[in-house]
Every structure is written in C-alpha cells, then in structure tokens.
Design a binder for this molecule. Sequence first.
Ligand code: AMP
Length: 467
Amino acid sequence: MSFADLGLSDELLRAVGDTGYTEPTPIQASAIPPVLMMRDIIGIAQTGTGKTASFVLPMIDILAQGRSRARMPRSLILEPTRELAAQVAENFETYGKYHKLSMALLIGGVQMGDQVKALEKGVDVLIATPGRLMDLFGRGKILLTGCSMLVIDEADRMLDMGFIPDIEEICTKLPAQRQTLLFSATMPAPIKKLADRFLNNPKTIEVARPASTNINITQWVVPVKGPSFEKRKALRALLGQEEVRTAIIFCNRKTTVRELNKSLREHGFSSGEIHGDMDQPARVAELERFKKGDVNILVASDVAARGLDVKGVSHVFNYDAPWHPDDYVHRIGRTGRGGATGVAYTFVGPDDAENIDNIEKLTGQKIARIAEVPAASERTEEAPRRERSGRRRERVVEEAPRVEAREEAPRAQPREEAPRRERTRRDRDERPRGGRERERAPVVVEAADDGGWNGPVPDFLNVGLRY
Ligand code: AMP
C-alpha cells in the first residue's frame, strides 16, 4: 500500500514524499481513511509505530477546509508532556508545509504571553498539555466551542500523570458534535470508561500488542549484587564499549538522574540530564544537545521515556528497573526505532528484583543475564570523549542472543483488569507507585494477530529513513 491509496491530498502526499517515507505504517494505513471519513477512533498503538502521522496527516486535510476565529481553536490535541507536544508540533510543521494552517503550542514551563497572543489571533490547531490548557481556560483566554476535532494522545500516560479529571472536564467544554481520536498503548479500565463516555461509535484499531518489545532490540539484564557504586561501575564499563555511540540512561528518581549525571561527568563521560524538575527551556536545550551530538549520553527520568523521537539511539540503559513494567517497553523503545537495531541493558540490584520479575511476566520473555561485566581498561586515542581517567572499555560479552520473535516467545498471561489509581495532579511527580498498586499490575496484555510495527522489520522501514 502507498500513501496515495489513503485518500490524502496532493499537497500532503508531496510533504510526505519530502520526508522520504514511501509506505504508510500499519497504524497509518488503518487509521487515516476512517479519520478522513470523520469517524471517531480508538488507536491502540505505542509510540514508535508512526501513530503521530496517523492523526496529523488526516487532520491537516480536514482542517484545510475552513477558517480559524479569534480565541476559538478549530482542533485540539492533548499531550501528557511538553516534549510530546513539541514533537507533534514538529510533525505539523513537516507535513503541513504546503498548507497554510496556523498552530499554537500551549505547554507549561514557558512564558504564557506568546501563547496567548497566538490564540487571540485564532488557530487551526492547538496542541496542549492539560494543566496549561485548564489554566488558560480558567482565565477566560480560550473558548473551546469551535473545536470540532479532539485528539487525546497517550491516554494511559495521562492516566498515570493524574490528568484524567482534567481531560473529562475539557471534553465537556467542546461541542458534542465533534470528531474524537484517542490513542493509548494500553487500555486500562479508566481509559475504556473515558472512551465510552466521550467517543461516538469509535472504530478500534490495534497495531501492536501493548506489552510486546521490539524484536530489533537485544536485551540484557545486568545482575548487580552490591550498592549503587557497583551499579555505576558496571554502567561505566558497559558505556565504554566501542559500539555505544549514543545512550539514554533511565533512572526511577530525579535525584538519581542528577547524581548519576554528575558522577558520569566526573568520570569524563559526555553526558546530560533531563527530568521533570527542570524548566521547559532547560529540558529543550538539553534534548537539543543530545540530538545534535554535543553529548552522547542522556540521563533521564521517565518523563523522557515516552515518545521522545531521537534518531539513532544505539543503547538504552535502565539504571533502575522501572517500577511499572509497561514503562520498560517504552523506555527500551527509545532504541531500535524505525527498523534499526538497538541494545538495552537493565541493571538489577536487590531493589530491582521484583520489578524485573513483573517486566518478564508482562513481556512473556525471560531476558538473558549478562555473564560478566568487563573491567574498565585504558583508553585509546580512538575513544577520546568517553573518559577523562583514560580507561578503555573492552567488549563485554559474546554476541547477545536476539530476543526471540514474539510468536515463539511465551506470552504473558492476560491479567484481570484492575483499575489504576488515578493519580491526582499533586501526585504527579516521579515517585514510586505504592506497593499495593504495584501488586495490582494493571496492564492488560492484548493479543494482536497482525504483529503491528513491532513485528519483523517490514520493507518500508528499510528505505527512506532519516538516520
Ligand atoms: P511516532 O510513533 O509517531 O513517534 O513515529 C516514530 C518514528 O517513525 C518517527 O521518527 C517518524 O518520523 C517515523 N515514521 C512515521 N511514519 C513513517 C513511515 N510511514 N515510514 C517510516 N518512518 C515513519
């Protein structure tokens, strides 16, 4: 199938052609035609599947008819984080380059003045995080009665972040006659409830088993017996391998992000950090440094786990095994994107044992344990940026076994669906979920027959990628 089969306008096809993408991804092929027919959609798809374009492309064509009015945006896209909102905006710029649509980004952590000015002029597309939108709404700066299209993206993430009450309120402020698209990697009960209440006869499209990991990612568990300095030592040894070109290192806590980045820098690594305590300009700047290659290591909290679209990340390290098993899938999905291969290491110390158990249950795969972490050795001229102390790292282990194709891997048992506790806005930091909540493991493993985009690498991925 080609993009031309989907019913998109010539201008859009030209913009898509400019990106080098030749074939729609499965979510694009399934979602674009019904969205163009004004259907409501539930898209069960992870980031990395091409889902952003699956709503951005038809939206551009739909919005091409009609005009914006002051303070009344014509469409609204809700994103859980500022980074994701900024990425969707980038998508609009890329695909909308032959259209004259106006767009405003309404996100926390940046000055409100310019955002308000843009809104007052009138915009076709408003991309917002729920908190900032509610703020502005409360000040009477915005009217949602002209909004005939609503996208709720990463709904399960919104749930984790305590945004569902805000979203419900926002939905009631939009006209009843509208088109609503909801995307989520998983469908826990509160999201189903939200969909039942606010979507009208939606078409459900599912492209990948939510709990599945990408088969292009080689996964390792790195057992660590002792305290945190042992983890750091093992991490430094693995980071020193020649093949580690770029890496994202995930930690469960913001304090760990800061401490680890400091420690890595002291050891001469070229690293930066990103977490929820940083203001927006600092986060954007740090991400840019990583994207441009000024630093090749980014230490991150889960705020960066979903949706960050950085090309060519060769390695992901879970310095801590994530508390929530579905975060594992999202974290390691920052590598192996767009058909490339990637490697993910997860450090498992005494505190991580329960978390890795839950991850393996969810993904239905036993992750290979690394036999031995190499000792760091002297640095050579070829690897100058890695370490000031001048130690070169050796290759760690023999070839890692690829994680088996999903079809062969034992599947995690679908679990009874238990409602996630909806975290309040006050809760919305990055602290661990409570023990009881963890036990309830809310993720539902849904089987998909088509394998989605995380199945074997389809041909379309081998061409025209911007790596
Ligand atoms: P997303 O799931 O929207 O975060 O997209 C993941 C990545 O896939 C992004 O780098 C997109 O630019 C890329 N992408 C989107 N559509 C296609 C396509 N049809 N072919 C190849 N890559 C794509």
